[in-house]
Write a protein that binds this ligand. Sequence first.
Ligand SMILES: Nc1nc2c(ncn2[C@@H]2O[C@H](COP(=O)(O)OP(=O)(O)OP(=O)(O)O)[C@@H](O)[C@H]2O)c(=O)[nH]1
Ligand SMILES: [Mg+2]
Length: 354
Amino acid sequence: MKVRMVIIGGFLGAGKTTLITRLARDLKDAGVNVGIIMNDQADTLVDTQYAQALGLNSCEVAGGCFCCRFPDLMGQAERLVESSRPQVVMAEPVGSCTDLLATVVAPLKAFYPERFQVAPLMVMVDAERAIQEGFDRQTLNGYLRRHQLEEAEVVILSKADLVGREDIERLKGTIAGINPRAITIVYSAVNSEGYGKVLDVVRSEEVSENGPKEIDYAVYAEAEAELGWYNGTLRADFGEGVDSHALGMAILGNISSQYPMEDIAHAKVMVTSLSNAMKMSCVRGRVTVDLARGSRVAKGPGRITVNARVVSDPGRLKGNVRAALEGALPGKRLEFEREDCFSPAPPKPFHRMT
Ligand SMILES: Nc1nc2c(ncn2[C@@H]2O[C@H](COP(=O)(O)OP(=O)(O)OP(=O)(O)O)[C@@H](O)[C@H]2O)c(=O)[nH]1
Ligand SMILES: [Mg+2]
């Protein structure tokens, strides 16, 4: 039987990991075996750690997006299939990645027609960001988000709980104007609006049918390069107990105080310890907490991982994240296991089928 491949893309911080991990847990509870593949430009990924802390079968493609590392994506998919026989594989592309119909969906359909059934490409759109920033092609970030929206087969208009009904109706009109063929599902992770409809698409036999959309790779590269990309993991000893909520707030607060709110695409902190696992996110200045395991109190030896995608020179971002960590952990020496900071290189897809 074919494995159903479900790709859920969308801009940084739109809610992909929150949705994918919930879908995976619900499918698992319903007896459906699910594998997850996360993706990032670097390794030490908050999202993979979060999915694993939830007990989900997950792995990652690191060091480049799915389109540039298509063989790695398929290598991970084949490994998942061989090791745990999932019926569904859910894949989360990097949030600044687009042109997935040409670079991932089309090659999957062309080279693996017997192995994988590719679901319609789902793209999450953060309703709050869409209201504040629109989809203006003239801005770099707007160019990416608009292209993601143009190629979506299903649009998941997320964070509907954060905006009013009139704004939702207006956004639906804007989305239909940009992409009249797509189905739009209004969704909220907080009150579960629209969640059942997303689950229905995942469980259905519907397949991706659309062809790729035109894109200017020079603008795409420029848009990605505008972001500083920081991934770092450090060892920590939380001793008898540290409030991981307060710690995450301090780190994220220190990072975001260095930049205008709209420049924080997504900054995330993951605290893992003997007693707990907690992810905290800051998207455009809004901080949210996702507890994966235990309580807010971290105890004993553990790790702190920071992933930050910010409109910033990477050197400046690295200095700011380090200062943020030092400020949140006064008197402690920072013991990095791994640290990377750069601007994403121009995307060079392994396949591009138009
Ligand atoms: N209010 C609200 N918050 C949400 C919703 N969906 C996700 N969030 C929060 O938004 C934050 C970012 O969500 P993620 O799922 O990490 O976003 P992502 O798209 O995976 O982000 P990247 O992997 O960085 O691209 C998390 O802290 C979530 O709790 C929603 O529908 N409503
Ligand atoms: Mg994510």
